[in-house]
Ligand binder design. Sequence first.
Ligand code: NAD
Length: 462
Amino acid sequence: MAATKLDASSTVAALRRSFEGGLTRPLGWRRAQLLALKDLLRHGEDELIDAMRADLGKPTVESRLTDLSFVAAEIDVMLRHLDAWASPERVRVPFAQRPGQATIIREPLGVALVIAPWNYPVHLLLLPMAAAVAAGNCVVGKPSEISPATSAALARLAERHLDPQAVAIVEGGPEEAEMLLEQRFDKIFYTGNGRVGRIVMEAAARHLTPVTLELGGKSPVLVDADADIDVAARRIAWGKFLNAGQTCVAPDYALVHERVERRLVDALARTLRTFYGEDPKRSRDYARIVNQQHFERLSRLLAATSGTIACGGEHDKAQRYFAPTVVSEVLPDDPLMDDEIFGPILPVLRVGDMDEAVQHVSSRGKPLALYVFSASKSSVDRILERTSSGTAGVNLTVQQLAIPGLPFGGVGPSGMGAYHGRHGFEAFSHRRAVFSKPTQLDPPVQYPPYTKIKEWILQKML
Ligand code: NAD
């Protein structure tokens, strides 16, 4: 159901009434909704897997691994730690302020808006919504219109499983999102591209609403001369071609030491044959490009490169199939190096050493992820020290997301704020500072008139 203007304001008003009435504050309610979200995932599993296959040709195993089970596992972490996260946190009181008790109380912000993209359409909508609920907020979720089957399935399932007084899913595209953004929210959590991220932040500024922006960018993978090349090829190929390259933290391009570049390119080609067979089009384990517009964008990019297609390159418009493709001999000014590729094309650039790779990375905006493959700890440390990124992986790709204790978010143009595990709870909470004092003792030393003796005592105490 698409929202009308009246729907957007009345939807938010109804949720605000629920929030102000205190519905979502009790930990019991939050726990019940988290369990309801798990039920939604369990009972809706087939429906969601079918929907993601219709939208993205997503393989069942990937739908389970990166959408359904991923969110369920994070909800388990929330359930396990909710009491501790929501408990007041005592902080030290300096001598001059004693006696007294200082605490930080996590309070819910109010009504939150979550706007999600299409590439992991269940994960990127439900995980922030779960964090909002765990922190005691009401929440509106807006799935992406670009994955319409999943959007419709999520709306149906939410209606069946979640508390309509506190949780709403509003389907639609930019128009509906803009209508929602006209409303006053207490938190906006947006995942998607940076152009829309700017629109969201401008809209949020009108109400001074805090934002978390989970954006993208060109995430590099650096491969040093001493890296284990077979392992690197497998881990890079998995992270890059998962979901046909439509992954925000996929390695976008590779900067490879010249001594191992040829070996890595050959190993990638071999690995891709092992993963997807001689004809990946027939593999059940390889996804499709989400729509014709993205398919054409990728076709144009590949046509424009002056690099050498080392493997892949085939594409079929009717099936929105784009082969896993590795392009070698790519130069820094190649069209493949302009914007985030967000598809199954891996440009490989040759570098003389890792310092050259670092210079290349530092000359661009800070990426969402940076990956290093190297056997040398000092080389890894040197690279991490001289670059910045939202997250980093050493001898791996993408898997840093699976550690709930690690914050997941960007820096600079790749975003602001973070979530996962406790960090998600914090993203939807206000840390309220509370200091309380007993009344039995009330020495007059701090009150005017400030006599010489009081001044002396105050100086001594501070
Ligand atoms: P998208 O086109 O689905 O857009 C994201 C959301 O923004 C959708 O819900 C859409 O309806 C909404 N939207 C579109 N135009 C809008 C407007 N004018 N005003 C308000 N809302 C609007 O997804 P996308 O942007 O193509 O997603 C891909 C991008 O997202 C890539 O850059 C990728 O790296 C990034 N991404 C980041 C993460 C992360 O966690 N950091 C995860 C996934 C994707």
